[in-house]
Design a protein around this ligand. Structure first.
Ligand SMILES: Cc1ncc(COP(=O)(O)O)c(C=O)c1O
Length: 360
């Protein structure tokens, strides 16, 4: 018997997911300076207040972190006007996605989401062996009417990224209200709001109202994007006590570091940095729209810090060609003829546009 034989079939079937080499390694291989626009990070850097707080904290890293994330939960709860027991902190918000799958998987349960959304939703379905129903998108956004029709007695998780990655679209309050009325009690709706800070639309849903109304929702947020702390891995989830208590049962102990907690506490108060990041992102998005339009390249207007560029030819091909030019972008998950490009600084965006012109 080989090791392979003892691995369950659903794990054997997973196409091994290895992350790509870091940008410095790609630079070394290609011999060109690389622009990283593939990870939806904050190109304007981390919150300076967080950096300072971490610097001061580094002498204290010998003990384990506060496993309850007491101070961070306290701060978030006070700001959001909810109870501390309605928050769980995590190693990035993906960590909570993993907990939710882990907690709700059992024989005969399903996950429901859109055809083109965050890759981790599909990976977790493969890892846990939970069947995932992928409903085709409508105009690059979630088709909530079609999704409601695909809810079955087996549905346990319904996941909506809002804004959605990789399409950058949002679901608005009215359509979400209509959808939530159709969701039965046996399904938990995950509203993944990783990019919420970037949204500038008056009809963007106030997701906490669903929770206050007693609906079964889990809201995910992160310090990885507008706060610029992706390297520290810290995010949080908001839900009712029952859901949060259940997530705690499957959570890995000490899943967030003390340094990440300290950084998040400082970053949360750094409104200036978030404001600056969001404003710069918006003006750079406008710049990219103008430049792409002039070149006759189709894109989807975005509510986040990235955008979907519809190429009419395989996104994988164009992404590889751009890489040869020293620009890292991503083929768009679920949209074979598109790629996802993170919004960078003006200099990075210009490099992307120049490389794209060469490639197309
Ligand atoms: C929609 C969405 N949700 C969640 C995440 C995960 O972010 P993190 O685990 O860094 O908090 C990402 C990251 O790209 C994302 O695009």
């Amino acid at each position: 018997m080989s090791f392979h034989d003892i691995v369950p079939k659903h794990i054997q079937a997973i196409a091994s997911y290895k992350s790509e080499n870091p940008a410095e390694e790609v630079e070394r291989e290609l011999g060109v300076k690389v622009v990283q626009l593939g990870m939806n990070e904050n190109p304007f850097g981390p919150s300076p207040r967080a950096v300072e707080a971490v610097r001061q904290y580094l002498q204290k890293i010998a003990p384990y972190p506060d496993d309850s994330g007491f101070h961070l939960r306290q701060k978030l709860a006070a700001s959001l006007k909810i109870s501390m027991d309605e928050i769980i902190i995590s190693s990035g918000s993906s960590d909570i996605l993993a907990m939710a799958y882990q907690a709700l998987r059992s024989a005969d349960t399903e996950v429901l989401t859109g055809e083109a959304s965050f890759v981790v939703y599909y990976q977790l379905a493969e890892i846990t062996g939970m069947p995932i129903v992928r409903v085709p998108m409508k105009d690059y956004g979630f088709d909530l009417e079609a999704m409601a029709e695909r809810i079955t007695p087996k549905t346990r998780l319904i996941i909506l990224a809002n804004p959605n990655n990789p399409t950058g679209t949002i679901v608005r309050q009215r359509e979400l209200d209509r959808f939530m009325k159709k969701v039965p009690d046996h399904a938990l709706v995950i509203l993944d709001e990783a990019y919420i800070e970037y949204v500038n639309d008056p009809e963007y849903p106030e997701s906490l109202t669903y929770m206050r109304a007693g609906k079964s929702v889990l809201i995910l947020r992160t310090f990885s994007k507008a706060y610029g702390l992706a390297g520290l891995r810290i995010g949080y989830g908001i839900s009712n006590r029952e859901v949060i208590d259940t997530l705690y049962k499957v959570r890995m102990a000490f899943n967030t570091s003390s340094v990440a907690q300290v950084a998040a506490l400082a970053a949360w108060d750094d409104h200036e940095h978030v404001e600056k990041s969001v404003t710069m992102n918006r003006s750079e998005l406008e710049f990219i729209y103008r430049e792409l339009s002039e070149r006759g390249v189709k894109y989807v207007p975005s509510y986040a810090n990235f955008l979907l560029v519809d190429l009419g030819r395989p996104g994988r091909e164009v992404s590889s060609a751009l890489l040869q030019q020293g620009v890292i972008v991503r083929p768009a998950w679920g949209c074979p003829n598109a790629m996802r490009v993170s919004v960078g600084t003006r200099e990075q965006n210009e490099k992307f546009l120049a490389a794209l012109e060469k490639v197309l």
